[in-house]
Design a protein around this ligand. Structure first.
Ligand code: NI
Length: 381
């Protein structure tokens, strides 16, 4: 168990409030990085040289043993805050509307707790303050530093407005979706709108394609699997009396299981090409894979849940969600668990009224410190 550190509960909550007042967008987390590094250094915590402009990796413990990663994200969103909090954003139009301020404060607290126990640790904890989670590529850039190649297990937490403070959501298996983007370009032949017989009209083709894509989830995915195919944009034509030559359709695919993802990509490309051909035009499909699904390790979840209950937390298995998280980047190195931290409020993230209850912070920091320490002991066996 982690002991007391130099920062008490009120001081940690003040740090959280400072972070909330100073939100910065992905790749621009300069002030945030200076603040976090300053506190870590003041407490004698070693920082690894990442070569990245923002974010940080702290290393606490002893060499030669196993290495465990604790990860948080530090970026904010282009949302104008409407919480009315006394510590609301001072950066107009930017807001910590996804709790990354809480995550950063939580892992800062965990790092300080672990520092107090440094000599007893059976290995090394790398505490990752990741930039640009919302951009979708922050995790990749941190992983690409190679500084985490020796990590045996990763843990991360995320605020959750539908659970109250004191409750943790720990669920084995898929918990967040893989998020892909598709862009389909249909090419036909333009003409005067009065002479459709001279055209290869992409408008009926794109209309048919939107309908056909609905068949993927309703008819081609097992009812026991989860998947989303959303068409979110159609661009074609500029005026009323010209049949355009081209139409562009785009959208997103969300899946929890890699095999379902592979099969949806294949079906989407086939339907796009087949529909285009049926209307005499051509389809070029650009399918861009985003973050993989976050798939929690069963045994890691079991150990985390046991520890949490022992520390007095209420533990529930929250449902998976179809939004995505680039924590999955770390899971390409080693297994891990993405844990929901009940922060109350009942208002969804990424909205201007999103709040977290700071009462959840200190216990969460203690939990993640204890979890990392216990994991080192487990890995060291
Ligand atoms: Ni988030």
């Amino acid at each position: 168990m982690a002991g007391d550190c130099d920062m008490d509960e009120m001081e940690l909550i003040e740090e959280y409030k400072w972070l909330h007042r100073h939100p910065e967008l992905g790749r621009q987390e300069y002030e945030t990085t200076v603040r976090l590094k300053g506190i870590l250094r003041e407490n004698g915590i070693r920082l690894l040289e990442t070569g990245l402009d923002t974010g940080a990796i702290a290393a606490i413990g002893t060499d030669g043993g196993p290495v465990v990663g604790l990860r948080c994200d530090i970026d904010a969103l282009p949302v104008r805050e409407e919480t009315g909090l006394p510590y609301a954003s001072e950066n107009d139009g930017v807001m910590h509307a996804c709790g990354h301020d809480f995550h950063a404060a939580c892992m800062l607290g965990a790092a300080l707790f672990l520092k107090e126990r440094e000599k007893q640790l059976r290995g090394m904890v790398k505490v990752i303050f990741q930039p640009a989670e919302e951009n979708g590529d922050g995790g990749r850039s941190v992983v690409a530093t190679g500084l985490l190649d020796d990590v045996k297990m990763f843990y991360a937490g995320h605020t959750y407005p539908w659970l109250e403070p004191g409750t943790l959501g720990i669920r084995p298996g898929p918990v967040m979706a893989g998020a892909d983007r598709f862009i389909i370009r249909l090419t036909g032949r333009g003409s005067h709108a009065a002479h459709p017989e001279l055209s290869v009209d992409v408008i009926p083709a794109v209309a048919a394609l939107v309908q056909s894509l609905q068949v993927i989830v309703s008819r081609m995915v097992s009812p026991f699997e989860s998947a989303v195919v959303s068409v979110t944009g159609i661009r074609a034509g500029r005026t009323w009396n010209v049949i355009p030559e081209e139409a562009v359709l785009e959208g997103t695919v969300r899946t929890l299981v890699p095999t379902v993802r592979d099969s949806i990509q294949e079906q989407l490309e086939r339907i796009a090409e087949g529909t285009a051909r049926a209307y005499g035009c051509r389809a070029d499909c650009d399918y861009r894979r985003g973050p993989d699904p976050v798939i929690n390790d069963d045994a890691a979840c079991g150990r985390a849940a046991k520890l949490a209950k022992g520390m007095g937390f209420c533990v529930v298995q929250q449902e998976p969600v179809m939004s995505s998280e680039d924590f999955s980047e770390y899971l390409s190195i080693a297994p891990g668990a993405f844990i929901r931290v009940g922060t109350g409020g009942g208002v969804d993230a990424h909205t201007p009224k999103y709040t977290v209850n700071p009462a959840a912070l200190y216990p969460a920091a203690q939990f993640f410190a204890a979890l990392a320490e216990a994991e080192l002991t487990h890995q060291d066996r």
